[in-house]
Design a binder for this molecule. Structure first.
Ligand code: ADP
Ligand code: MG
Length: 469
């Protein structure tokens, strides 16, 4: 497909950033600004309050991360920036990204404050001094109430994924935290959508906020969008037909309801697909496991509601499957933006029944083009056997708390245990456990050798994590 020339994107060099920060961005491979960064950073660096709206994956974290780091004085003790996020998962992702961005500034200390772990360790980290706090509203309030955390030195308050925080009922908590911040602070609000509550937040807690909206845009010919008309009774089965025909290595299947997620995952698993669901009610540990397995390529299909997938930094996907048509055309654009990132080509597969044609029409209007329809009957299994992910996940009991590092695990596997470097994929070390992706064919042997052998001189327990197949 011939690529249409895109206008040159602005470079970070145009901003008032330190030479060390510019060098760091180069090293991270951030050569040009994304549209939301180009629109928000000049204003944010001037100290303006902002309400910025852009879709998931558009680079909002660096937009506020660079702004808060630019104002930070590492020689000055005290919390100078606070980022509120809706969930622990998102707080972890934001912390990671800010840590990367902070490599351009010396001695920056960042503490993440989320529920699910004891307060004491977090209180100790705060007592050792923190310049930046990233956390969920509830846990931040806990530490404020116990006076582990003081915000009198605060320069920058960030509300990330503000729409989702409102969905989760955090308005009052945000208000409580904002009231404890100095009046002359800068407030930056980032959101993927713009529900009513955002204006209310802006009016109550921000000073003359500048509004920035970057419309979701996709080069129209980079994401191939195919539509299939289905009866409601054939919808779930049609998903497996799509998977068998297009064989995407990894895909997200978006459903409009949790019940649909449950039903679809059951159907896919029964047919031998490695598929897992991500929806609101999962416990944090289960969510972590699902996401780790998806990111390390050991499950093929992630079945999710829009709310559950919002904000997650999931790398480029081979395909997005819209199992149900979303009634909100903006949401459709967000969904399909998960495929076709960077230079990759994208594939969006859409199922629609007659009673959803009104929603299809709204999507056509927003995208400014008609949908292309294909008959379901055209889908044929390629005969290549079931769709199998390339990797499998092995869990080792023990993580950061046991001082296990990724290098220790890789060393054990490729040393004594005799596996090749290429057979080992992503290694995620969490607080209490470690997840290792390995080639599917060797997974059972990896488990056996780990259980018989040692990591960092200690014997460990390992098991294969289920992927639904
Ligand atoms: P959002 O918060 O808008 O959903 P993120 O901040 O999570 O998006 O960014 C999505 C991905 O894009 C991240 O993996 C991030 O490292 C990457 N990224 C952000 N800014 C740039 C840039 N200027 N150039 C290249 N990659 C970037
Ligand atoms: Mg984000």
């Amino acid at each position: 497909m011939p690529s249409t020339p895109t206008p040159a994107r602005p470079e970070f060099g145009a901003l008032a950033l330190s030479p060390a920060q510019l060098a760091n961005l180069q090293q991270l491979g951030y050569l040009t600004m994304t549209p939301i960064q180009a629109a928000s950073l000049p204003l944010a660096l001037l100290g303006k309050d902002l309400i910025a709206q852009a879709s998931t994956g558009s680079g909002k974290t660096a937009a506020f991360g660079l702004a808060l780091l630019a104002r930070l004085n590492p020689r000055c003790f005290g919390v100078q920036a606070l980022v509120l996020c809706p969930t622990r998962e998102l707080a972890d992702q934001v912390s990671e990204e800010i840590r990367r961005l902070a490599r351009g500034t010396e001695n920056v200390k960042l503490v993440t404050l989320c529920g699910g772990v004891p307060l004491r360790g977090q209180a100790q980290s705060l007592a050792h001094g923190a310049h930046i706090v990233v956390g969920t509203p509830g846990r931040v309030m806990d530490h404020l109430a116990r006076q582990h955390l003081a915000l009198d030195q605060l320069n920058t308050l960030v509300l990330d994924e503000a729409d989702r925080m409102l969905d989760m009922g955090f308005f009052d908590d945000i208000a409580t935290v904002a009231r404890q911040c100095p009046k002359d602070r800068q407030t930056l609000l980032f959101s993927a959508t713009y529900p009513e509550g955002i204006a209310k937040l802006g009016a109550q807690f921000m000073k003359n906020p500048q509004q920035i909206t970057v419309q979701a845009q996709h080069a129209p010919d980079k994401i191939e969008q195919r539509w299939y008309e289905v009866k409601n009774s054939e919808r779930l089965h049609a998903v497996s037909q799509l998977l068998n025909h297009f064989r995407p290595e990894s895909s997200i299947a978006f459903c409009n309801t949790k019940q649909q997620c449950r039903d679809l995952v059951a159907v896919l698993q029964a047919q031998g697909f490695s598929a897992l669901a991500l929806f609101g009610e999962l416990e944090q540990r289960e969510r972590d496991q699902v996401l780790v397995q998806f990111a390390n390529r050991s499950i093929s299909v992630l079945v999710a509601t829009d709310v559950a997938a919002r904000g997650l930094d999931i790398a480029d996907l081979a395909a997005v499957i819209n199992v149900d048509v979303t009634p909100d055309p903006e949401v459709h654009i967000h969904r399909i933006g998960r495929t076709g990132r960077g230079d990759a080509e994208g594939l969006a597969l859409n199922l629609a029944s007659m009673d959803e044609m009104g929603s299809v029409g709204k999507i056509e209007v927003l995208q400014g083009r008609a949908s292309e329809w294909f008959p379901l009957a055209e889908l044929t299994a390629t005969g290549a056997g079931p769709l199998v992910p390339p990797m499998a996940t092995v869990q080792i009991i023990g993580g950061r708390k046991e001082k296990i590092r990724a290098g220790d695990v890789l060393g054990a596997l490729t040393g004594e245990m005799g596996f090749a470097r290429e057979q080992v994929g992503k290694i995620n070390v969490n607080e209490y456990s470690t997840y290792v992706a390995v080639e599917r064919g060797i997974a059972a042997r990896v488990v056996a050798r780990l259980n018989a052998g040692r990591v960092k001189g200690k014997s460990v327990k390992a098991r294969l994590v289920g992927d639904g197949a």
